[in-house]
Write a protein that binds this ligand. Structure first.
Ligand code: SAM
Length: 227
């Protein structure tokens, strides 16, 4: 039976691309990429020469149908995103759901993702956690931050560098200055940084910086946590 493979790719360090991921990408008939130009750099590096097509949030519905037709004709397909695990704040969910609903085999090739990498590095409680993904830019943003402020367990969010200070300030204003946080920036890359401490100290540090660059995950401990 044709299989849809969900293949994780590195979040910054090519060395994190698994042997099995390379093997599977060499085995499938076609590869659905979030951005074919980005993925072609990785595929070229690993000498993977398979037809690719784009599969992103603006053509996802249409491409899911295309993928189901390919599976129907017996072809094996892999989905990869620009970085990390497809379906985690990236396209993937709709295709995987459709594959299950249509009775095709789904197989995942695990690998890096930014959220568990940041959580493991944070040294903050990881026995239970909530992943909020990207917060909405405007409508509903404050209420989501309020629920993070009220949470008794660790919360993880993805944030863009230019909104980081604004996010930390909003949380700070909700009586959370003593909260333990860890800002994980550029994980697995040359300028990887873990900025861990009480929210007020971490915020002060970022406010002093001229600019903040790179990719960021924020881990926020539950409200009763202290060390
Ligand atoms: N699918 C990806 C995953 O498995 O984590 C996430 C894709 S999402 C579009 C991209 C966001 O993930 C970035 O804005 C950042 O918040 C986070 N991220 C990705 N790579 C990262 C890295 N190397 N260091 C820190 N955060 C990263």
């Amino acid at each position: 039976m044709a299989t849809l493979y969900v293949v994780a790719t590195p979040i910054g360090n090519l060395g994190d691309f698994s042997n099995r991921a390379v093997e599977i990408l060499n085995h499938v008939d076609q590869i659905a990429c979030e951005d074919t130009r980005t993925s072609n750099v990785l595929l070229k590096q690993y000498k993977i020469h398979k037809p690719t097509f784009s599969f992103h949030q603006h053509n996802e519905h249409q491409k899911v149908e295309h993928m189901m037709n390919l599976l129907e004709s017996g072809l094996n397909i892999a989905i990869i995103s620009d970085a990390g695990m497809p379906g985690i704040s990236d396209p993937g969910f709709l295709a995987v759901r459709a594959a299950h609903q249509n009775g095709y085999r789904v197989e995942v090739i695990p690998g890096p993702d930014a959220l568990t990498t940041a959580l493991a590095a944070s040294g903050l409680p990881s026995d239970r956690f909530i992943f909020e993904g990207f917060l909405p830019p405007k409508k509903g943003r404050q209420s989501r931050i309020k629920s993070i402020s009220d949470s008794e367990i660790t919360t993880i969010i993805y944030e863009s560098p230019h909104k980081l200070v604004r996010f930390l300030e909003s949380l700070h204003q909700m009586n959370s200055s003593d909260r333990w946080v860890c800002v994980a920036r550029e994980l697995t890359k040359k300028f990887e940084e873990l900025n861990r401490g009480k929210l007020s100290d971490v915020l002060t540090d970022y406010k002093k910086r001229e600019s903040i660059k790179g990719e960021i995950v924020v881990v926020i401990a539950g409200k009763n946590y202290d060390e």
